[in-house]
Design a protein around this ligand. Structure first.
Ligand SMILES: [Zn+2]
Length: 124
């Protein structure tokens, strides 16, 4: 088990939280941002398929706009990414609802969990 830094994406140019709300209002997505959203959407689907059965309701992401953590359930994540991909517009910043934090995990946790599952299956 490795130590998890508090903000795992601080120095990461691929920051997935960036794609979920860190952009200027009504700036159209660049092709790179759109590609990133497509990748993120694929990740979200995999995360959901493995984590939802474990009782995880969604992801908690650092919001680059207000600096707070926002909770996104799976449907909201998917809807936001789909909207970015289909309409070429970043998500409008919306405040979080009041979820139970116990049911949400970070993007990095989800990534690590999925990698762990894939690892285990490859070794079988
Ligand atoms: Zn915010």
């Amino acid at each position: 088990m490795e130590d998890l830094p508090r903000d795992p994406f601080a120095d990461d140019p691929e920051d997935p939280t960036e794609a979920l709300g860190g952009l200027e209002d009504n700036e159209p997505l660049t092709p790179a941002e759109r590609d990133e959203a497509i990748t993120d959407l694929a990740d979200v689907e995999v995360f959901r398929s493995l984590l939802e059965p474990q009782g995880v309701l969604g992801l908690v992401l650092d919001c680059p706009e207000c600096g707070e953590q926002h909770y996104f359930d799976w449907e909201l994540l998917r809807g936001n990414l789909r909207q970015m991909i289909d309409e070429g517009q970043p998500q409008v910043h919306e405040p979080a609802f009041q979820p139970d934090p116990a049911h949400y995990v970070s993007w990095e946790y989800a990534r690590g969990y999925v990698d762990g599952v894939i690892d285990t299956e490859e070794r079988r």
